[in-house]
Write a protein that binds this ligand. Structure first.
Ligand code: MN
Length: 380
């Protein structure tokens, strides 16, 4: 029996993970967590009977405590509570499906208590890649990617050879084919209608700006130890090939499947085994696969992210912080689409850069930038 904890169990990845667990025979749930969605968390507590249920928001936690007083779940709150969920006794692995830098401290807690990480929280690895990878090494913990592209690469690498080059596929997002001029007045509602994948709001906006692919280049660099020069992004509109690895003999392996997040989630949970199918079969005769280079003139967040990755230090944390804050403002309708990239670019250039940041430096960089963006928006 494998026992897993799910951080962010009420979000898109968390809910799909529970759907996968429903269909597997021998997986139980040790702990779950939410930011504020306590009505769904209560249903999950009653169905999956976790030992621990954590709520980031204190007031919501107090309400949940009363609502589930008749169950055996221990309700905990705040960052400390999420860390208690991340370190729940008896769990072998922790699925980190919290959105954004909020996943950083809980992920480190899980690593220190020797839980394998099923990584769905790319922002944590982007902002603090060296710290996370070194902590995983020190504690002899596996990091198994859940992000579909990285799961594809991880699967291709099971052949045992070293990757010479990584080829990340990108759907192109909601605004594929649009030029800069046409991007000025696009709305959040338009950005939220992704052609292939059903995902949470933040990642769908990141997908529309191509920032998601930029974050994934940095994620791939840290997960697989491949230099930035050897990571290529190619637009593949059908999202059937989830990514590829090129080897020293120029042979390329690709992993294919329906664009269904339950597939990489299932693989991460059952790894190294494969179990019965959840995702639909591919019908190859119906498919026509195409590839093209990304339009980095219209979508500048992709090259900006790669630049931040190459610079290292606090640059990726600054990039991520400015992006999280800017996407929040765009979703509220406070700024327009191209402002996201203007804000990110300005903080990448002007933030107080530290070459070898500590965990504290990374958290401070994140907070400072988000505060400044919030304040400047209040004044405006
Ligand atoms: Mn992805």
């Amino acid at each position: 029996m494998k026992k897993i904890s799910i951080l962010g169990s009420t979000g898109s990845i968390g809910r799909q993970a529970l759907d996968v667990i429903d269909k597997l025979d021998d997986i139980s749930v040790a702990a779950i967590s939410t930011n504020t969605n306590i009505s769904l968390l209560e249903m999950q507590i009653r169905k999956y009977k976790p030992q621990i249920a954590a709520v980031a928001d204190e007031a919501s936690a107090a309400k949940l405590k009363i609502a589930v007083a008749d169950t055996s779940a221990k309700v905990v709150s705040g960052v400390r509570g999420i860390c208690e969920a991340a370190t729940a006794e008896g769990a072998n692995a922790v699925l980190t499906s919290i959105v954004g830098i909020a996943g950083l401290i809980p992920t480190l807690c899980a690593i220190k208590s020797k839980k394998d990480i099923l990584l769905a929280n790319k922002e944590t690895l982007v902002a603090a890649g060296d710290i996370i990878i070194n902590a995983a090494k020190d504690n002899n913990v596996n990091i198994i990617p859940v992000d579909s592209e990285h799961s594809a690469i991880f699967q291709c690498l099971q052949c045992g050879a070293n990757a010479e080059k990584i080829i990340l596929t990108a759907s192109g997002g909601a605004f594929y084919g649009k030029k800069r001029e046409e991007l000025k007045n696009v709305t959040a509602a338009q950005a939220l209608s992704h052609p292939n994948w059903v995902m949470g709001n933040k990642i769908t906006i990141d997908s529309a700006t191509l920032m998601n692919k930029g974050l994934e280049v940095i994620e791939a660099h840290f997960l697989f130890g491949v230099p930035y020069e050897n990571i290529e992004v190619v637009v593949h509109r059908q999202s059937i090939i989830h990514s590829m690895v090129e080897f020293s003999d120029n042979s390329i392996l690709a992993q294919m499947g329906m664009p269904d997040m339950r597939l990489p989630i299932q693989y991460a949970i059952t790894f190294p085994k494969r179990t019965k199918q959840i995702a639909q079969k591919l019908n190859l005769a119906d498919l026509c696969l195409s590839f093209s280079p990304p339009d980095t003139d219209s979508f500048r967040l992709l090259p900006l992210a790669v630049e931040a990755g190459k610079k290292g230090g606090t640059a990726p944390a600054a990039l991520n912080a400015a992006n999280e804050a800017a996407v929040g403002l765009f979703l509220k309708g406070s700024i327009n689409f191209l402002d996201i990239e203007n804000i990110v670019e300005s903080y990448l250039n002007k933030h107080y850069f530290i070459k070898n940041p500590s965990l504290r430096d990374i958290i401070n960089t994140d907070r400072q930038i988000k505060n400044e963006i919030r304040l400047s928006k209040k004044k405006a």
